[in-house]
Design a binder for this molecule. Structure first.
Ligand code: NAP
Length: 252
């Protein structure tokens, strides 16, 4: 049987990297994308290939909508050259960055930067990818716990992620005839490079979040990748149009 293929945006580091590794464990091949960290992306490929799975890495800036036609053509060529097919099965819209910007001082530039990466880019990249996706696969959009609770300074970021959550329900409805499922996974504070590695580099914030998390700690990338991998298996096939929060039970 030919392996299923996932495209994971922002697979060079953090959550996306772990997603690609866990997908490989489930026997799913992966095309990861990177924006600035080509060498890190290469090391992810090396690790996936050492697990006996196929992998490729392509450059993508999700805020650059005009590059999507080129990306789509490169992806199609890569699928042919590296995987012997012209379609993939699972799209994981994971790429993103954080910014702590108090509402009172937020600028239109701040707004547009986060809009383009977290909502507009995801919306139109997903639209572009429909032509390259097999029927019967799924789309997973990465949101955040901060659409349920408030973290001061996240008004723009969390609003864009909230938009992604609504968008995901529309995807599930409109892509149902193609048997493509769409779900959201919403991580809580996770110790990655995200938002200038705020969790890793600030013991006070890390401890406050851990104290307010039922399971008593902040998240690690390893807490998230397996959820994405599960959603891409047969066992996850009946989950559709859902927001799955993975925060260890923060601010319950
Ligand atoms: N960590 C958390 O606490 C947390 C919590 C909730 C949700 N999230 C969400 O989880 C996702 C991944 O975050 P993370 O923690 O893994 O962050 P990370 O460690 O900083 O990694 C970010 C990834 O996104 C890529 N990326 C950033 N800007 C991009 C752009 N404009 N175009 C394309 N790729 C871009 C990066 O690529 P390069 O490395 O190649 O530049 C990198 O692979 C994000 O959507 C984030 O909002 C994170």
């Amino acid at each position: 049987m030919t392996a299923k293929i996932a495209v994971v945006t922002g697979g060079s580091r953090g959550l996306g990297r772990n997603m690609a590794m866990r997908l490989a464990e489930k026997g799913i091949d992966t095309v990861i994308t990177y924006n600035t960290k080509k060498d890190e992306a290469k090391s992810v490929l090396f690790e996936i290939e050492s697990q006996g799975r196929k992998a490729a890495a392509l450059h993508l800036d999700v805020s650059d909508l005009r590059s999507f036609d080129k990306f789509s053509a490169e992806l199609t060529q890569t699928l042919k050259d590296n995987f012997g097919t012209d379609k993939f099965d699972f799209l994981v819209n994971n790429a993103g960055m954080g910014a702590t910007i108090p509402f009172a001082s937020a600028t239109e530039d701040d707004f547009d930067r986060l809009l383009n990466v977290h909502f507009k880019g995801v919306y139109f990249l997903t639209q572009k990818m429909l032509a390259v996706m097999n029927d019967g696969g799924s789309i997973i959009n990465i949101s955040t716990g901060t659409t349920r609770f408030c973290n001061p300074g996240y008004s723009i970021y969390a609003s864009m992620k909230g938009a992604i959550e609504i968008f995901t329900k529309y995807l599930a409805k409109e892509l149902g005839p193609r048997k493509i499922a769409a779900n959201v996974v919403a991580p809580g504070a996770t110790e990655t490079d995200f938002n200038n590695a705020v969790i890793r580099s600030n013991p006070e914030i890390k401890s406050r979040i851990a104290q307010n998390t039922a399971l008593g700690r902040v998240g690690q990338a390893e807490d998230i990748g397996g959820i994405i991998a599960f959603l891409c298996t047969e066992d996850g096939r009946w989950i559709n149009g859902q927001r799955i929060e993975a925060t260890g039970g923060v601010w319950l």
